[in-house]
Design a protein around this ligand. Structure first.
Ligand code: HEM
Ligand code: HEM
Length: 220
């Protein structure tokens, strides 16, 4: 499949009100990693200082940098392919859901970058990498004065924590809104992120899967 065919394949899903399997895979893999990071980071913060904590933060940093790479690929994909149009973008709820999605994209970069700044100002020589495979250097902060490094560390830690909280509070709102759409509006918002085939009756949740061609009525 070449690029043009891949775009046409993805847009075919969008025309049926669904995210493409690539969009769905990005969503659920990154959602799982994000939720893991929030829980693991919080748990590490409460561990007593020591070797385990440092090694734990190394894993935390590597998963976080992986999220940033996935976030870049996903942003590229979304900016080229777009998304299905299941929500009225001009309604208040449409604007709110768009704002939350923009925030999530922001967090895919702002959390790893603020974490990377913190990591680069901390003493220690544990190496960093993306998913344990591609090495990532520390940011070149050692040349700076100790005072400036301390200020950077404090600023990055404050930013990291604020973004952590806003993201952690946004996730139940985002997931809850998707479930409310399913239960009350019975529209395609939630199935669009779960169904890889798609309803053949637009707007009808759970209708038979679409073979992609119009069906002839059976003649006897
Ligand atoms: C999407 C990615 C990330 C998420 C969701 C995340 C989440 C968190 C959370 C929940 C905490 C605990 C805050 C607390 O103590 O309550 C934390 C702390 C921390 N994170 Fe991350 N993080 C991410 C990426 C990164 C990256 C890429 C690095 C390093 C390169 C990093 C380095 C740190 C450090 C050093 C701390 C300790 C901060 C402190 O004790 O003040 N994080 N993170
Ligand atoms: C855990 C339960 C979750 C559920 C039920 C859920 C459900 C959904 C649904 C139904 C959509 C499509 C909305 C639309 O088209 O208007 C969506 C989109 C989106 N979700 Fe989630 N989500 C969850 C978790 C997360 C998490 C943890 C993140 C990241 C922090 C996330 C980030 C996004 C983003 C960025 C979009 C926009 C679509 C895209 O760019 O791929 N979601 N979600």
């Amino acid at each position: 499949m070449n690029l043009v065919q891949a775009i046409e394949w993805a847009e075919g899903h969008h025309r049926r009100g669904l995210y493409s399997p690539i969009g769905v895979a990005f969503h659920w893999v990154m959602a799982a990693l994000m939720i893991f990071q929030l829980g693991y980071g919080w748990w590490l913060g409460r561990l007593p200082v020591g070797g385990d904590k440092l090694l734990g933060y190394q894993t935390h940093a590597e998963v976080g940098l992986t999220l940033m790479v996935l976030g870049s690929l996903r942003f590229l994909w979304r900016s080229q392919i777009g998304t299905p149009e299941n929500v009225d973008e001009d309604s208040l709820s449409g604007k709110a859901s768009h704002a939350v999605e923009v925030w999530f994209y922001f967090s895919f970069f702002a959390l790893p970058i603020s974490g990377w700044v913190m990591w680069s100002t901390l003493p220690g020589d544990l190496p960093l990498s993306i998913a344990g495979v591609i090495p990532v250097p520390n940011l070149p902060f050692h040349q700076l004065s100790e005072q400036l490094q301390f200020t950077l560390m404090q600023g990055a830690a404050t930013a990291h924590l604020w973004i952590v909280w806003i993201t952690a509070l946004s996730i139940p709102g985002h997931a809850g809104a998707a479930v409310l759409h399913y239960v009350f509006k019975r529209d395609r918002v939630l199935p669009s992120m779960l169904d890889l085939n798609g309803p053949d009756q637009p707007g009808v949740v759970g209708s038979a899967t679409d073979s992609g061609s119009a069906r002839e009525p059976r003649r006897h």
